[in-house]
Design a binder for this molecule. Sequence first.
Ligand SMILES: *Cc1c(COP(=O)(O)O)cnc(C)c1O
Length: 417
Amino acid sequence: MNNLQQYDPEIFHLIEQEERRQRDKIRLIASENYVSTAVMAATGSVLTNKYSEGYPGKRYYEGQQYIDQVESIAIERAKTLFKAEHVNVQPYSGSPANLAVYLAFLKPGDTILGMALPHGGHLTHGAKVSISGKYFNAEFYTLDETTGRLNYDAIRETALRCKPKILIAGHSAYSRILDFPAFRKIADACGALLLVDMAHFAGLVVGGVHPTPIPYADVVTTTTHKSLRGPRGAMIFCKQEYAAAIDKAVFPGLQGGPHNNTTAAIAVALKEAATDDFRLYAQQIVKNAQALAATLLDRGFNLVTGGTENHLMLIDLTNKGITGKVAAKALDAAGIVLNYNAVPYDTRKPFDPSGIRLGSAAVTSRGFKEEQMVQIGKWIDAIVADPSNLQLQQETATAVQRLCIGFPAPGLEHLAA
Ligand SMILES: *Cc1c(COP(=O)(O)O)cnc(C)c1O
């Protein structure tokens, strides 16, 4: 960093400020985490200098003596950890991973069926503004209006009516465990491939606190940077019979050279994820989410589905007389960072919806336990009750910083308090 400081003080200074922000704030954005110093070191390594289009042993450029080994190690670790027949570790991120799956199995205009975006699905599951909704005929299933939960009978009905080529299970904002055997049965009933996108909960699968989709799905995609706590990247798991189609779709179908520095960092993150420490971490993520959920429920917050079984919760703030955006901005000023989010059947617009989304993966990485989660819930309650009280926000931000300093985050241990 010394060199960066001298050459480009402007960027150096901004990185430094971002480091402090990550150190001093309670980060509840459900898709974020803190990678270890080891993962960070691999990400920032000379592997970024190397081109290696192709796959280990079959490259289009020479000089792959070390890169081939790095990618092979990442592949072996991923297959072992998730008990998968095949994996591709090259997708640049979660969105291109999903596009690669579509490229492997679909023609433009084919039908896909996924969870609707305002109900917790992802953009790449067919949203109109996404290429997945422009190039394919996207159909959607929704959450039950009274329970806020998936209704598998209703999904089955929709699937039998629209006959998708790919049925997608997976979400960015659903606080309940998915029933993979039920999804498998629906896919079989309508003749679809089953794609499970476990971007959000892959780390929980590793920790044994969320069932694994691997035995049920034809293809499983995941990001590597959410609960799995690796670098920004993605992986695609599949049955052996689809291996060639998936690999061809990633390269040369959609991408050029893989980001080898990311591949190395994924390998490091997978080594970390295979430890007992990571299992305990994943278990604590769920305990922490439940402690925060209980604190908020006690204080009259309306949690979609009434609680959580994973790392996240979605809160409908309508009964609190405040919009998601106003709440998120007030909380940010108070040192608690989360995102505003649409809730199912939201009557407000996506840019100022009725809800907020909270996740426990990042704060659990810095060692927060139930006690700290209860404290966070109390702070959220106070700020949401009085969102224009700037003095309260200031005081809370100071208390938040004091709490955070006592729990050094992975990757930021070098920052003196
Ligand atoms: C985050 C996410 C993605 C996309 O990941 P990017 O890396 O942001 O492209 C895909 N699917 C789901 C369900 C996600 O939550």
